[in-house]
Write a protein that binds this ligand. Structure first.
Ligand SMILES: CCCCCCCCCCCC(=O)SCCNC(=O)CCNC(=O)[C@H](O)C(C)(C)COP(=O)(O)OP(=O)(O)OC[C@H]1O[C@@H](n2cnc3c(N)ncnc32)[C@H](O)[C@@H]1OP(=O)(O)O
Length: 219
């Protein structure tokens, strides 16, 4: 894996940062749109009118496009970022986006799920919570200097996970062996009730070994 610096793309410096910030605002607005779609109860003719308008907006965005979402890079402040990532990318409306912070023990986040993440009635889809833990675990491995790909993820669902209120998620490396890293973690309510817990095995591809050290200091 190669990690580019933000200034290496075609538009350098503050212009690019300003444009990426605008893209982040658009992505957040689209998340609002997605929630509005899953919750709307407007009349059928209004649904049809909104659909036409959204189709027009979609074509406007397609007027100039890349082949891939934004790729991993080093931000101007020196941190690692992946703005196009499906879990943590500010510029990807599919992303929560998850904000992880490094702690003395591993990593921690305070995810708030949304109505669009519904699985069972009134609670979050198990695939979504697994996805969040997968990414958090990968971040814990990376913060420990062991950037890797998920080889396995074992998830135990203890309680239904609610959306619409802040939860707490944490993860920590428990064992390492060669290119293998095991990570444990959970999503819980702020008062400590465990909702979902998991164990993951991450393997550092040989080609990633140099980037692994570089990214560790930038998580
Ligand atoms: C700032 C934020 C940072 C960034 C934070 C980023 C966070 C991202 C988190 C999200 C991560 C993802 O979702 S990643 C996407 C989901 N995962 C994938 O797509 C992975 C697809 N699989 C692969 O690419 C590959 O299978 C790998 C990389 C996992 C392993 O390939 P490899 O490197 O060639 O490994 P290989 O030589 O075969 O095996 C090495 C050792 O691992 C063992 N091994 C291999 N696979 C497995 C397995 N599934 N389960 C158990 N053990 C396995 C082998 O037996 C061997 O053990 P021994 O004989 O040595 O004992």
């Amino acid at each position: 894996m190669t990690v580019e610096t933000a200034a290496t793309e075609e538009t350098g410096g503050s212009d690019r940062e300003s444009r990426l910030a605008a893209l982040g605002v658009l992505a957040e607005q689209v998340r609002e749109l997605m929630d509005a779609v899953v919750l709307t109860d407007v009349a059928e003719d209004e649904i049809a009118r909104v659909t036409e308008e959204v189709a027009v907006l979609t074509e406007r965005l397609r007027a100039a496009r890349r082949d891939t979402p934004l790729q991993p890079e080093i931000a101007p402040d020196g941190s690692f970022r992946h703005l196009g990532n499906a879990v943590a990318g500010d510029c990807n409306p599919y992303a929560l986006p998850l904000k992880a912070e490094v702690t003395p023990d591993g990593v921690r986040a305070e995810p708030t799920f949304r109505p669009m993440h519904e699985g069972p009635p009134n609670s979050v889809h198990g695939g979504v919570t697994a996805m969040i833990l997968d990414h958090l675990f990968g971040t814990a491995a990376a913060a420990a200097g062991r950037l890797g790909m998920t080889a396995s993820l074992t998830v135990r669902y203890r309680r239904p996970t609610p959306y619409g209120r802040p939860l707490v998620a944490d993860a920590a490396v428990t064992r390492t062996e060669g290119r293998k890293t095991w990570v444990d973690g959970r999503i819980a309510t702020p008062d400590g009730t465990v909702l979902v817990e998991a164990t993951g095995l991450f393997i550092t591809p040989t080609a990633w070994l140099p980037a692994s050290e570089e990214v560790a200091d930038r998580v």
